[in-house]
Design a protein around this ligand. Structure first.
Ligand code: UDX
Length: 446
């Protein structure tokens, strides 16, 4: 097994570090934020991710996982250094690589022998080469001995879904390793030995290919969701049921049934950012990806479409003025407190712009929702429970399909609402069940 340093204890870094320790490696997680490291050392987990606390605790207890702010010591103690720092969008929409660059240079300044440096952050194609160049420049400044240490850069993209990141890391559909030298490939096999011997598909490529696999995979999934969203919109017009369409399509092994659930548009930290980045890489290289460009636009339209669906269902133009709408779920998907690019933001802002007041709830995302919805705060009340948010509301909107919203007591819902009007933006309910209770029911594409 390998000795590993993971730079960055954000979402990807912490999940990766903890799970790599669980595979039997010795891992030290590094962050330059002392408060974060203090929290982790005290057993606290700064993010909401089911199962993560257990993995962290058992590996800290076994001595395989530790935390530090001392990057130089962590680098010297490790054969493999993962870069898992943020790559926030820069003003022009491209990924800002300043944190990646800072860490790459820091590794080169600290290293005392051969290292494999692994890009885990999602970075534009070509970043692996840049990391190599930054490190070479830094090593060059240290003189002949340091220049002779040698290092390899590896691209090892992650495919973790929030809410099931631990499971996804432990049982991935594939491991992708973009590397140039046999030495680096051999070390990466040590890192992932427990998956490798379990015959998890293990794909070795060059660095650019690995970087591209990540963008192509996420963009394809975004295209798939957007495709079914548009089919759903058409189904509404022609009297078809998109759920049956998706089910029948999915039985074709070439298509597959996953990611064919229509809804209010995709959100989250990955799909919006990665589709934007991939579209940009295409444009920059004179090979525009028209399908990805169209997907980005169609996803924006889908969110706005939900606003108009609700307005139309409430009586058409002007009907939202002074009305109260209960919104169940704010996070971009269930089992996360993450509000990044959540469709709820655009949709709530749209409803408020048309004069509505919102009573919203979410099991985990309210704290983040409060500041993300700052611009409309006078029109949004946050409620402690789903039933509280329905009190005297003129319509109910199911925005995010948390489990506790899947089995609502519809009789109780009806007594709480002013009007029995239900917009199910995630197609969780059966039309017959809701209509038989006397509701007017609107879903997406059925
Ligand atoms: C995604 C990828 O799945 C993961 O592999 C990658 O590494 C990071 O991005 P995540 O953003 O955590 O993971 O969430 P995911 O479960 O993929 O959902 C993304 C968005 O698509 C959510 O807003 C979800 O509601 C939406 N979605 C998903 C649909 O609208 N319909 C679907 O059928 C599937």
């Amino acid at each position: 097994m390998a000795t590993i340093a993971v730079a960055g204890t954000g979402y990807v870094g912490l999940v990766s570090g903890a799970c790599l320790a669980d595979f039997g490696n010795t891992v030290v997680c590094v962050d330059n934020n002392p408060d974060k490291i203090k929290t982790l050392k005290a057993g606290g987990i700064p993010i909401y991710e089911p199962g993560l606390e257990d993995v962290v605790q058992r590996n800290v207890a076994s001595g395989r996982l530790s935390f530090t702010t001392d990057m130089a010591a962590a680098v010297r103690a490790s054969d493999v250094v993962f870069i898992a720092v943020g790559t926030p969008p820069a003003d022009d929409g491209s990924a800002d690589l300043k944190y990646v660059e800072a860490v790459a240079r820091e590794i080169a300044r600290a290293m005392d022998g051969y290292k494999v440096v692994v890009d885990k952050s999602t970075v534009p194609v070509g970043t692996g080469r840049k990391v190599k160049a930054w490190m070479a420049e830094e090593l060059g400044k240290r003189g002949a001995e340091a220049a002779g240490y040698g290092f390899d850069v590896v691209s090892n993209p992650e495919f973790l879904r929030e809410g099931s990141a631990v499971q996804d890391f432990m049982h991935p559909d594939r491991v992708v390793i973009g590397a140039e030298s046999l030495k680096a490939r051999a070390l990466m096999k040590d890192v992932y030995r427990s998956l490798y011997i379990n015959e998890t598909p293990y794909i070795e490529t060059n660095i650019e290919t690995a970087e591209m696999i990540k963008y192509a995979s996420n963009s394809f999934l975004a295209v798939k969701i957007t495709f079914i969203n548009e089919v759903a919109n058409l189904c509404e017009k022609v009297g078809a049921n998109v759920q049956d369409v998706a089910k029948a399509m999915g039985r074709d092994g070439r298509i597959g049934g996953k990611f064919l659930h229509p809804g209010p548009g995709y959100g989250g930290s990955c799909f919006p950012k990665d589709t934007q980045a991939m579209a940009r890489i295409g444009r920059d290289n004179g090979e525009p990806l028209s399908i990805v460009e169209t997907t980005i636009e169609a996803n924006e339209r889908q969110k706005n479409r939900m606003v108009h669906k609700i307005e139309a269902g409430m009586g058409g133009s002007g009907s939202l003025k002074g009305k109260t709408i209960a919104v169940l779920g704010l996070a971009f998907k269930p089992n996360t407190d993450d509000m990044r690019e959540a469709p709820a933001i655009t949709i709530i802002e749209g409803l408020v712009a048309l004069g509505a007041k919102i009573r919203a709830c979410d099991p985990a995302a309210v704290a983040e929702a409060k500041w993300r919805l700052e611009s409309v705060k006078d029109s949004v009340a946050f409620c402690a429970s789903e039933y509280e948010s329905m009190e005297k509301a003129d319509a109910l909107v199911l925005m995010t399909e948390w489990n506790q919203y899947r089995n609502l007591d519809l009789d109780r819902v009806k007594t709480l609402l002013n009007r029995p009007l239900f917009f199910d933006l995630r197609n969780v309910y059966k039309r017959e069940d809701v209509e038989s209770k006397g509701f007017v029911y609107h879903a997406v594409g059925k």
